[in-house]
Design a protein around this ligand. Structure first.
Ligand SMILES: [Zn+2]
Length: 90
């Protein structure tokens, strides 16, 4: 990547589809939309974190799936909330 001619860039883009806030090349992907649109770089997104949101290791853009339903309330309680286990510390 990096020194593609305009023709090569257009050919590459013709192979890509944009879905779920990222680019896909058939079954390959997702790739970062920001890095491709601004720098013509295909950067494969990584999945990390509690909800496995794909993110770009280069520019940290997150590709959150717009069709993904929000987590039901009460499922993602972090350690600092609740407090019903305070008695265990004593
Ligand atoms: Zn990126």
């Amino acid at each position: 990547m990096g020194n593609l001619t305009l023709q090569e860039q257009l050919a590459l883009r013709a192979q890509l589809t944009f879905k779920r806030n990222a680019y896909w090349r058939g079954e390959n992907g997702p790739f970062c939309s920001r890095c491709l649109d601004t720098e013509m770089k295909l950067v494969r997104l990584h999945q990390d974190g509690p909800d496995l949101t794909p993110y770009c290791p280069s520019c940290r853009t997150q590709a959150r799936d717009p069709n993904r339903p929000p987590d039901p309330p009460g499922r993602a309680i972090t350690g600092d909330e609740g407090g019903e286990y305070d008695w265990m510390k004593n």
